[in-house]
Write a protein that binds this ligand. Structure first.
Ligand SMILES: C[S@@+](CC[C@H](N)C(=O)[O-])C[C@H]1O[C@@H](n2cnc3c(N)ncnc32)[C@H](O)[C@@H]1O
Length: 267
């Protein structure tokens, strides 16, 4: 029987928000997940299923540092003369996808902008720590990254401020399923997030891509699993992506990196 009892859901929400692992997730995101699962699961299993879903969203991608300690350490290192670039490189090592891009960030954005031209504005949804690759994007471009991780958003903005980038670069708390409207931009980055969005809501990624008001969408997929094994992922994601957008009048270019397949879509 679907769970209608809101007090019961609120109690679960409070418990999840107290848990070490999930306390920084945007509460409306947890509420949304509880609502979607409560039509399928009984009271007994709802909390466990919600945590399982939350783990799928990002448990696997991130060994979480203590962000407030890390920020104090960075501030003192920066004051003692450590360069921005070295600090950013160390931070980008924190997540697997940014760690993989680290040796190629310059080339990564250069190849994308060869197709899109240098944009004036960029948005990024599910940005994670990739927001800190702004240094390699270009300082004149206005950048807004959105994510559901409140602590990460705060940390990224503190780094933008420390490095005087906060006029043009910002991170904001935002769930792609809860926007009334997406922010317009020349280029929108959706890096390694489509599968995650579909896992949260079946077949949602095409609707999200259609709804985003950007001239170009940059959509990427991993071509190696987290364990580093290539299981024909490139070909599978290519088939999946062209199937997804078939029939739409979108121009697609591909950029292929060692660990990532990137589609640049002109809408
Ligand atoms: C696999 S990481 C990818 C990070 C980044 N795009 C990259 O490729 O380096 C996925 C990110 O999406 C965020 N995320 C998951 N679901 C989201 C949602 N519904 N709305 C916004 N962000 C979301 C997670 O918090 C996480 O930071």
């Amino acid at each position: 029987m679907p769970i209608q009892n809101n007090d019961f859901k609120k109690k679960i929400l409070q418990r999840i928000l107290k848990s070490k692992k999930y306390k920084y997730i945007h509460p409306p995101t947890i509420e949304r997940i509880l609502d979607s699962l409560s039509t399928k699961y009984e009271k007994k299993t709802l909390e466990k299923e919600a945590k399982r879903k939350l783990h799928q969203i990002w448990g696997a991608y991130f060994s979480r540092p203590n962000f407030s300690k890390l920020l104090s350490k960075i501030k003192s290192e920066y004051q003692s003369g450590k360069s921005r670039e070295v600090i950013l490189r160390e931070l980008l090592m924190l997540q697997t996808s940014t760690k993989e891009r680290l040796p190629i960030f310059e080339e990564y954005y250069e190849q994308i902008f060869n197709i899109t031209d240098i944009p004036e504005s960029i948005t990024e949804y599910g940005c994670g720590i990739n927001a800190l690759s702004y240094r390699w994007i270009n300082h004149d471009i206005s950048y807004t990254g959105f994510d559901v991780d409140s602590e990460l958003i705060h940390f990224i903005n503190s780094i933008f401020k420390l490095f005087d980038q906060n006029e043009s670069a910002k991170a904001k708390l935002g769930d792609v399923f809860l926007f009334e409207e997406f922010r317009p931009a020349d280029v929108c980055l959706l890096l390694k997030v489509l599968v995650l969005f579909d896992r949260q809501k079946n077949d949602s990624s095409l609707d999200i891509m259609k709804a985003i008001p950007a001239k170009f969408l940059v959509v990427s997929f991993p071509t190696k699993s987290l364990g580093g094994v290539d299981k024909g992922m490139e070909e599978n994601y290519r088939k999946m992506f062209y199937g997804l957008i078939s029939g739409l009048p979108w121009n697609v270019s591909e950029v292929i990196f060692e660990n990532e397949l990137v589609f640049v879509v002109e809408k």
